[in-house]
Design a protein around this ligand. Sequence first.
Ligand code: FAD
Ligand code: SF4
Length: 520
Amino acid sequence: MITLEAAQKVRLILGDQLNATHSWFRTKDLNILYLIAELHQEARYTRHHVQKACAFFQAMHNFADALVKAGHRVCYLTLDETAEFQDLPHLIAHIIDRTGATLFEYQQPDEYRLSQQLLQFSTTQPVKTLCVASEHFFLEHRDFSTYCKAKKAVRMESFYRKMRLRFDVLMEGENPIGGKWNYDTSNREPLTPSDLDDIPQPLLFASDVSAILTRLKRHNIETIGHPNNRIVWPTTRTQARELLSHFCQFCLPNFGRFQDAMTQDSEYAWSLYHSRISFSLNTKMLSPRQVIDAAIDAFKSSSGNIDIAQIEGFVRQILGWREYVRAMYWINMPDYRSRNQLKAVRTLPDWFWTANTRMNCLHKSIEQSLQFAYAHHIQRLMITGNFSLLAGIDPDQVDDWYLGIYIDAIEWVELPNTRGMSQFADGGWIASKPYAASGNYIHKMSDYCGSCYYNVKIKTGNNACPFNLLYWGFIDRHLATFEKNPRMSFPVKNWLKRSPQDRLVIRQQADSLLENLDEL
Ligand code: FAD
Ligand code: SF4
């Protein structure tokens, strides 16, 4: 039983709604009770990385403290106190009952699942309920249908140009600053040995989460990944701002240039020139406008140290990709969640949970994910994602893995990236062609292959890089689909140019790998 003093209004703040600049907080009113709760349903709806669960709860707790310091009335409930409630609606109903509140307010959730749950709750409650905007993103829900159509391909590039124009970002009137909309072709440099010493040391924090770890254990919350009493992720607004400044100063000058690069030969291989602000953004400790403004200010005051390709590459991620995947998610839910255009049904190999594979690129990317709850974009897309795509893994299982393991994983951003961009399970709504590649690509963009059990130069046989065999096996399996896609004509022609005997050998060896994925 939770004891509470009377309140007129209860306002719910979800774990990813830590937006201190929300208009809710402009006035202080002790008749309003803010409810922030460590929920069992959220801790259990997927198997989260233990550091992700800790980072969310710690950030929520810090946010509650900051609200109290600012003079607001907050009810913070830990897993201990919420254990008796079946789910979120039961908890809210209890709090309303205890406080005698006549009004319940919540911010529009970013996840469809929670949005539906709260919508349904509001229709069954005797008290008045109000859903307000989260005041975080550039686009409002009402804008989505202007930019995207349900079940239709929408290209990020055209979306992004419209966003640049509408929000006047990196523009000179109607034209993009620098004369080009997109400097993607300058964003594809691998790191050479002489670049490795220059990789900036990441800014890490050390918040003590031992009490949260104990709670997770006490309530038998199943998690994945390596626990750590001190987590490196920012859990306050001040820390999030520090991380952003650190990025602008040390990483932005080379962000675009090495955006797609991967290495194992540096202590800082896991972070490179990436911002690692996705957790701060997705929990709303930082706003996308604030991030873009800070990066553009750094660009303008850098006396040429940050060139247009770097700043454009970064703005494209936040104003382009992030807003775009959110629009695609909402316009296509709930159907998106069950799309499986390539009819992929295979089981995710066990080593995705342990990193125990002889394929060095996968070993390194997964090991790093288990250690830090983080991998950068190209590891997610072209290593773990590419492998799952080529191996025909059931997208439900792929989604589940990505949703659990990454510090920034929330369904609205995880699902379109995984099911759409990476697994092509939407049949091309997001990507005009599958992000599929053989070992050549990984060899070009990383130094993983040099110390691999397999040989990237070998195309068939026992030591052949599995990506080489799986790639052509994938093209062959989906030949009828890919023959209709003009963007796939190059690999399709190359495959058909091979002798029937060659194709047979590759097909048989690829099939044999598929039957023994756990052994790779
Ligand atoms: P940086 O490389 O520094 O990029 C800056 C910011 O741009 C990111 O913080 C992020 O907010 C935004 N951004 C970049 N690419 C994307 C994108 N494709 N979609 C949305 N935002 C983008 N991102 C998540 O936030 N949550 C996820 O659950 C998630 N799952 C992914 C799953 C797959 C299969 C793939 C291929 C990508 C996924 N991404 C996800 C996108 C991207 O990989 C991460 O945003 C990024 O790696 C986070 O690290 P960072 O902050 O260092 O990003
Ligand atoms: Fe990965 Fe193949 Fe290179 Fe090994 S040889 S690291 S499996 S791409």
